[in-house]
Design a protein around this ligand. Structure first.
Ligand SMILES: [Zn+2]
Length: 62
């Protein structure tokens, strides 16, 4: 891991081509590597799926 004195807050190194990519970029502009998203976009997914399944089940029962 390199130490860059000019390193701005919120950059990360592309594991594919080792270029510095801004943290708000989801994809490396050089090689197109997709960074895994631990973010909030998926946190609601399973509750939403569970709610939809529950609604479907209720609609099927009634
Ligand atoms: Zn890259």
């Amino acid at each position: 891991m390199r130490i860059n004195p000019d390193k701005k807050f919120g950059t990360r190194e592309c594991p594919s081509c080792a270029v510095e990519v801004e943290a708000n970029h989801n994809r490396c502009p050089v090689c197109g590597y997709d960074f895994p998203q631990p973010g909030p976009t998926r946190k609601w997914l399973w509750p939403a799926v569970a709610a939809l399944l529950l609604l479907a089940l209720l609609a099927w029962l009634v």
